[in-house]
Design a protein. Structure first.
Length: 106
C-alpha cells in the first residue's frame, strides 16, 4: 500500500533533501556512472513520496542553472539527463511508475 502523499514530516523531508543532494554529489563524482541519486528519487516516487523527488528535482534545476554559467567538470549534461529522467517518472501514470526492485528504467 502506498503512503498518502504529504505524510513525510518536515524534519524527515529536510533530512531526505540533504541526503538527495549528497547522493547527487556521488552521482557526478563517478562521471555519471553511478545512479545513487536516481535510485533515491525513484524509490521515493514509488512509495508515493513525490515531494522528496520534487525537492531533489528543485535542487537539480538550481544546479543546472549554475552549471550553465560555469561547468569546469563537465557535469551539465549528466545533471540535465538526471533531472529529465526524474521529471519523466514524476509525470508517469500510476502503473507506469518505477519499481526500484526491477532496476533502472530504460
Amino acid at each position: 500500500m502506498r503512503p498518502v502523499p504529504g505524510q513525510v514530516s518536515a524534519e524527515q523531508r529536510a533530512r531526505l533533501a540533504l541526503k538527495g543532494r549528497i547522493l547527487y554529489g556521488k552521482f557526478c563524482g563517478t562521471q555519471g556512472k553511478g545512479t545513487c541519486a536516481e535510485s533515491f528519487a525513484l524509490y521515493h516516487i514509488r512509495r508515493g513520496e513525490d515531494e522528496i523527488a520534487r525537492d531533489l528535482l528543485t535542487y537539480l534545476q538550481a544546479e543546472i542553472a549554475s552549471l550553465r554559467v560555469e561547468d569546469p567538470e563537465g557535469r551539465l549534461a549528466i545533471t540535465e539527463g538526471l533531472a529529465g529522467r526524474i521529471q519523466h517518472q514524476l509525470e508517469a501514470p500510476g502503473p507506469d511508475r518505477p519499481d526500484p526492485s526491477r532496476g533502472q528504467p530504460p
